[in-house]
Every structure is written in structure tokens, then in C-alpha cells.
Design a protein around this ligand. Structure first.
Ligand code: SRM
Ligand code: SF4
Length: 512
């Protein structure tokens, strides 16, 4: 019997009780009813929690205007899919927008509950799903944003990412086998040399590695961020070939987590806590048992030996005469017209495909050399630049107080304004990766940044004001390392001065 079933109800946390009363996925069959009765008449636990199982997020900051979190495996969207998403947010006028997320995904804003059944039908028509994208489910599965087009790629992971998603979500329909995990769960499959997915911050990460001359993946487990604890992923000491073993191993690890993960204290229920409790050897042998065959031990080294690329600008593809162009989308925010424009550019110049990155930017692949010059004169590139200023270029920001009720500070607007100001004031030789996150949940990943800013409240002149804790030392790409907090409680109105000094002292910036 699993620990889950054997635990007494009294030891379960609030969310476990909600899940035990009714599985989150059950709301899928009630959406028509909810649309008719309206959100005000819904039972609180359905409204605030269970709807997240189908990707619909009640926003207490904007009651009645929901957020819809999609699944975008490897960040790949067709122009038809993007156009449907644009049409959805367009109907909400100025309330409607979308955000590219730090998991290479897209979230729609302003959505009305009464429209959800119709929206889901339209998503179905273009083979998109938002299933199991929130709460105690596996989040969007990330892969290299240049999979299949990168000349230095080792493994094209697109199909594998899709297969893992299909296994977990039952081809996007919803899968009760994995809708009651002890906590959220992140999976990344890297096929390139530059660790584009931030492997180290995922509960499971596959990184390319040669074993006896064969290319496959070493497997890392347990990486996560939370307000209480942040850990880099550690080796499972396993190697798998790039085939269905990847899917089976994800299934096995998820099953061990589901059946044995802690469900009493929500602050101690991510996968790493289970690995701590069992010890890696025991955990690995339980995974092996679920896997149903012997796990090969890890290859001696992995092939992550490049610095991380941001993919912005014009880049040659592995296919002759073709290019991919990375456009910088300031803090990932898109409006309906932007989405229509991107879809059109992908159709006119590319192959009807658009890709999203974990840096919250967009790539348009498959542009012929002959079409490149015309593409580069498109007006959209004035808004979404191909050679932005050094700070703007590498800026990432979580949602913040505009829409997120956990937020201690406003993030996206402040992040953009500050980056613009500092770019104007300083000559900065190289991009400096600044990541903003509105609270200790770390959705904006401040620990992977050169400079990470985590929202907090600070006392200044006898008043509580918005401030940040400052992180430094995050390293991405090869030898990735998490940054740590080096300065606590900086009021936001002092940030220009503080960042200016850091940029001059540590990043060779010079006043203009
Ligand atoms: Fe996150 C909860 C937004 C990536 C750690 N995250 C939330 C919620 C759902 C809270 C809420 O209900 O309001 C936020 C929704 C706000 C909104 O309206 O957008 C939210 N998280 C985001 C996004 C949109 C940030 C962004 O602007 O890009 C990212 C969506 C990714 C996606 O497409 O699924 C997002 N969140 C992350 C990441 C980064 C990553 O995965 O690389 C992390 C840290 C990594 C990790 O999870 O290990 C992250 N989010 C959290 C946590 C802390 C988890 C924990 O174990 O304690 C919470 C709170 C929770 O789960 O209790 C949280
Ligand atoms: Fe919201 Fe905090 Fe996540 Fe930012 S870090 S999106 S403020 S939960």
C-alpha cells in the first residue's frame, strides 16, 4: 500500500484534503455547468484550486478575469495555434494579453469563465491543451528552443518531449494516474550542448551523454526552488537511450513520487525531500523496480560544455540556406496584435512555426537567406528587437503584483523601466542577466541570474515599501550553479543606484 493511502487524514495538509474530497481533474466535466452558474456561485475549492488542474487560474487580483495556462511542449507553436490564442485574448480588449513564461510556455489573461467551454473546443481543434498545467501536476516540459535546427545539436528532443507530455496527460485529455502528485513537478529534456533548459532546476532533467559510444541522456533529479529551500538537481546515476525509455523512466519516477512523497507538510513535499528521506540508493532502486528493468549506470560525463545562448538575432540553421531569428519580447508580454503579427511573420517568411524560450522570448525558424532582408524590415522588429540593449536583452521577470496575489512587489513594469534607464546611463560591454521575481516562490528564477531580484517588503522612513533581496553568482550553461542572496532589503527606489554600482564594479560597465 502506498504511503499516501496509509497516511491518516489528520496528517494531510489542506490541499491533500481538497484532492481527497474530489480529484482536480473532475472539474473538466463540470465546465459547462460552471460557465452557466458563473464564478461567484462556484464552490470555493473548485474555483480557487481545482480549476488549475485544467489550466484555469482564478486571479484574486482581478476577480472574474481568469488566467489560462497552456501546455507548449518544447515551446513550439504553429501559426494557427498562435492565431487561435490571439483570437481568444482579443475578445477581452484591453484586459486581454498573454505572457511567455519561464517554462517556455504561454499564459492568456482576461479570460471569462463563461467562455471556457468554447475556448476549450477551439483549442481542441488546433490540438492544444491546458490540461494539468497547474497545482500538483507536471508543468510544461521544456526542451531546447532550437531543437532540430541547431547545427551543434546532439539529440533532437522534440518528439520525446511530446511523448512525455502525452503520457502524463493522456494525449491532452487528462490522466488520473498523475493528477494527485504530492506537489508540483518539473521535467526538462536537453538535446543541445548549452543547457538551454536550466536542467539543474528541474525535478527530472535529461542531459545528453555518450555511453559506450552511444548518445543518450544522463538523468538528474530533485532540482527545485521554493520559499523554504532551493536545490540544484543531483545525479540519479542512470543513463537512458533517447527512445521510449525516457518516457518510461519519467513514468517510473513520477509513480515513486506519487506513492511515497510526503503529503503532510507542503513546504517539504517536492521530490528532493523524498530523495533525502530515502537516500539516493533506495530511491534509485524503487525507481528501477517501477521501471521494470535494470537502469544503466550514468555515463562518466555529460556533453553540456557550452555557455548558454540566448538565441536572439539572426542565426544560421543546420539546414543550408535557412536561418532562425530570435526576437526580444520585453518581459515576455504579448498583446493580441503582437500574436497575430508573429503568426503572420512565421507564415510569410518561415514555416508557419513560432518557438518560445525560457528567457520569455520568441524565435521564428526556417527563414530562407533570400527572405532575410525583407524580414528584418518588418515593423514588428521595432517592438521586438533583434539586437536589444545589454540589460533589456537578458531581462526576465515573473508576473508580479499586476496579476499574482503572492507578489510582494510589482515586477514586469519596474524591471523594464529600470533596465531601460540603466542601459541609457551605462556602457555595458556584455549582456547581464537580471531576473526579477515578485516573492520567494522564485518563478522568475533569481538564483540562475547574474543579478537576481526577489520581491520583499522593506521599512523605509517609518513606512513599509516595496523592496528586493539581491542575489548574485548564478551561472547557467556548463557548470551551472545557483546564486545566493548577497544583500537583503533594498528599497526599490534605491535600486537604480545600487545596480549601477554593481554593474560598474562587477560587470565592467562605464558611465556614458
Ligand atoms: Fe510559479 C506558483 C507563475 C514558473 C515556483 N507560479 C505560481 C502561481 C501559480 C501562483 C498563483 O496561483 O498565483 C503563479 C501564477 C501567477 C500568474 O498569474 O501568472 C506562478 N510560475 C509562474 C510563471 C508564469 C512565472 C513567469 O512569469 O514566467 C511561470 C509559469 C511556468 C509554466 O509555464 O508553467 C512559473 N514557478 C515557476 C518556476 C520556474 C521554473 O519552473 O523554472 C518556479 C521555480 C522552480 C520550481 O518550481 O522548482 C516556480 N510557482 C513556484 C512556486 C514554489 C514551488 C514550491 O515548491 O514551493 C509556487 C507556489 C506553490 O507552488 O505553492 C508557484
Ligand atoms: Fe507570483 Fe511570486 Fe511566482 Fe512571481 S514569484 S509569479 S509573485 S508566486
Amino acid at each position: 500500500m502506498s504511503t499516501t493511502q496509509s497516511q491518516k487524514p489528520a496528517s494531510l495538509n489542506k490541499f491533500e484534503k481538497i484532492k481527497a474530497e474530489k480529484d482536480g481533474l473532475d472539474v473538466k466535466d463540470e465546465l459547462e455547468k460552471f460557465a452557466q452558474i458563473g464564478w461567484e456561485a462556484m464552490e470555493k475549492s473548485d474555483l480557487e484550486h481545482r480549476l488549475k488542474w485544467v489550466g484555469v487560474f482564478y486571479r484574486p487580483v482581478t476577480p472574474g478575469k481568469f488566467m489560462l495556462r497552456m501546455r507548449t511542449p518544447s515551446g513550439i507553436l504553429s501559426s494557427d495555434q498562435l492565431r487561435v490564442l490571439a483570437e481568444i485574448v482579443q475578445r477581452y480588449g484591453t484586459d486581454g494579453s498573454a505572457d511567455i513564461t519561464t517554462r517556455q510556455n504561454i499564459q492568456l489573461r482576461g479570460v471569462r469563465l463563461e467562455d471556457i467551454p468554447d475556448i476549450f473546443r477551439r483549442l481542441d481543434e488546433v490540438e492544444m491543451t491546458s490540461m494539468q498545467s497547474g497545482m500538483d501536476n507536471v508543468r510544461n516540459i521544456t526542451g531546447s528552443p532550437v531543437a532540430g535546427i541547431d547545427g551543434s545539436e546532439l539529440i533532437d528532443t522534440r518528439e520525446l518531449v511530446q511523448k512525455v507530455q502525452d503520457m502524463i496527460t493522456n494525449n491532452g485529455e487528462g490522466n488520473y494516474a498523475f493528477t494527485n502528485l504530492p506537489r508540483k513537478f518539473n521535467i526538462a529534456i536537453e538535446g543541445g550542448r548549452d543547457n538551454s533548459v536550466h536542467a539543474e532546476i528541474n525535478d527530472i532533467a535529461f542531459v545528453p551523454a555518450y555511453k559506450n559510444g552511444e548518445l543518450g541522456f544522463n538523468v538528474l533529479v530533485g532540482g527545485f526552488f521554493s520559499a523554504k529551500r532551493c536545490e540544484g538537481a543531483i545525479p540519479l546515476n542512470a543513463w537512458v537511450p533517447p527512445n521510449d525509455d525516457v518516457v518510461d523512466l519519467c513514468r517510473a519516477i513520477l509513480s515513486v513520487f506519487r506513492d511515497n512523497g510526503a503529503r503532510a507538510n507542503r513546504q517539504k513535499s517536492r521530490l528532493m525531500w523524498l530523495i533525502d528521506e530515502l537516500g539516493m540508493d533506495k530511491f534509485r532502486s524503487m525507481v528501477e523496480q517501477e521501471f521494470g528493468r535494470t537502469l544503466e549506470i550514468a555515463a562518466e560525463k555529460d556533453e553540456i560544455d557550452w555557455e548558454k545562448r540566448d538565441c536572439i538575432g539572426v542565426n544560421k540553421q543546420k539546414q543550408p540556406s535557412l536561418n532562425y531569428v530570435g526576437l526580444h519580447v520585453p518581459v515576455g508580454r504579448l498583446y493580441a496584435q503582437d500574436m497575430f503579427d508573429l503568426a503572420r511573420l512565421a507564415e510569410v517568411y518561415g514555416s508557419c512555426e513560432v518557438r518560445l524560450t525560457v528567457e520569455q522570448n520568441v524565435i521564428i525558424p526556417n527563414i530562407l537567406d533570400d527572405n532575410l532582408q525583407d524580414f528584418l524590415t518588418e515593423p514588428l522588429l521595432e517592438k521586438f528587437a533583434i539586437s536589444p540593449q545589454p540589460l533589456e536583452r537578458a531581462l526576465v521577470s515573473c508576473t508580479g503584483s499586476q496579476f499574482c496575489n503572492f507578489a510582494l512587489v510589482e515586477t514586469k513594469n519596474r524591471a523594464s523601466m529600470l533596465a531601460k534607464q540603466l542601459d541609457a546611463e551605462l556602457e555595458i560591454p556584455n549582456p547581464v542577466r537580471i531576473h526579477w521575481t515578485g516573492c520567494p516562490n522564485s518563478c522568475g528564477q533569481p538564483q540562475v541570474a547574474d543579478i537576481g531580484l526577489m520581491g520583499t517588503k522593506v521599512r523605509k522612513d517609518g513606512k513599509m515599501v516595496e523592496g528586493v533581496d539581491l542575489y548574485m553568482g548564478g551561472k547557467v550553461g556548463k557548470d551551472a550553479q545557483l546564486g545566493t542572496c548577497v544583500h537583503k532589503g533594498i528599497p526599490c527606489d534605491e535600486l537604480n543606484t545600487v545596480l549601477s554600482r554593481i554593474l560598474i564594479e562587477s560587470f565592467a560597465a562605464k558611465p556614458k
